[in-house]
Design a protein around this ligand. Sequence first.
Ligand code: HEC
Length: 101
Amino acid sequence: MIAKLLCAAWVAAVLGLAADQATLDRGQKEERTVCLPCHSLRLIHSQRLSRATWSKELDKMGGWGIKYTDREALLEFLVANYGDDKPAVPDGMSLDGTKKK
Ligand code: HEC
């Protein structure tokens, strides 16, 4: 029983890590639509959070009236790019999260 549960958790983790590109693209689009009205992407992209913490963050932001149309894809996008396994943000990023020229 335990082995079965562990196996299911492992499969879920692998599937979670392997979010396909189409999902990530939808997540990025969702981010632009729902997150940008209030603050810059830098505030988001400078974070390095676990999946659970990103999910909490989405709930927290959601509490301020966000209507998600694709929350799952957004979560995948955030975990894939700004997970706690990613290196810290390089210096000199501009406010939209891209490199300064
Ligand atoms: C309704 C306005 C609003 C929207 C929309 C919004 N945020 Fe925020 N966000 C805030 C405010 C205000 C803060 C600063 C809150 C604080 O200091 O606790 C913040 C802070 C943050 C932080 C910094 C950590 C924290 O909790 O303070 C992150 C990360 C973040 N937002 C992510 C997002 C993401 C991702 C989205 C899109 C899903 C989003 N926000 C959409 C208002 C918003």
